[in-house]
Design a protein around this ligand. Structure first.
Ligand code: GLU
Length: 202
């Protein structure tokens, strides 16, 4: 189990994500990370270890300042818990956080490698980012995600952002929990209610 959070609204996104991840700590994790649009560019900060390590890294590297982004606490299943394997993962025009296991990731990785994609992590999750990028064309994220999930075997909750769309967070799930929270002029996704309960009950 791990935790996923996503936010779009007027608040400081990094703060909302880190606060949400703290509320999901009970689910267990070995690494954490966030990706936030700062001036339309995705800035990612991630680290193995507890959220305190992430907080320190955010101070050292500078907290990304923006209003739209995704966050993750990881419970490693594919690849050791290190900084590179921590989520979010980016490949091509896609950045995502993933909870779950993609059973056919080796076949998909072989297919994508033949198409020229390169991978930086050992995770099954990066393969999903890659596959979404492969299907992404004509600025149509929904079609790319729809085509991708048809190919996935296993369980997943996904929070996804596209470099072309700095004001959107996409989400989809199968067999892993993921809920949407609707606020006034802001919206949330999370693995569980406590992550955004102080902002909305809807
Ligand atoms: N399978 C993914 C990984 O190993 C996600 C694990 C999780 O659910 O935290 O990175």
């Amino acid at each position: 189990m791990c935790g996923i959070v996503g936010y779009i609204g007027q608040r400081d996104c990094a703060d909302v994500l880190m606060d949400g991840l703290e509320k999901l700590e009970y689910r267990g994790y070995d690494s954490a990370g966030i990706a936030v649009f700062e001036n339309d560019v995705i800035k990612t900060v991630k680290s193995s270890g507890k959220l305190e390590v992430m907080q320190k890294k955010l101070i050292e590297q500078g907290k990304p300042v923006g209003h739209c982004g995704i966050g993750h606490t990881r419970w490693a299943t594919h690849g050791e818990p290190n900084d590179i394997n921590s989520h979010p993962h980016s490949n091509g025009r896609v950045t995502l956080v993933h909870n779950g296991i993609i059973e056919n990731y080796i076949q998909l990785k072989e297919f994508l490698t033949e198409k020229g994609y390169k991978f930086t992590s050992q995770t099954d999750s990066e393969v999903v980012a890659c596959l979404i990028d492969y299907y992404y064309s004509e600025r149509n994220p929904l079609r790319a995600i729809t085509e991708t999930v048809k190919e996935l075997e296993g369980n997943y909750a996904l929070g996804i952002i596209f470099k072309d769309f700095p004001d959107r967070v996409y989400a989809t799930r199968k067999g892993c929990p993921l809920i949407a929270g609707l606020g006034e002029g802001e919206n949330f996704i999370a693995s569980d209610i406590p992550a955004f309960l102080k902002y909305t009950k809807k």
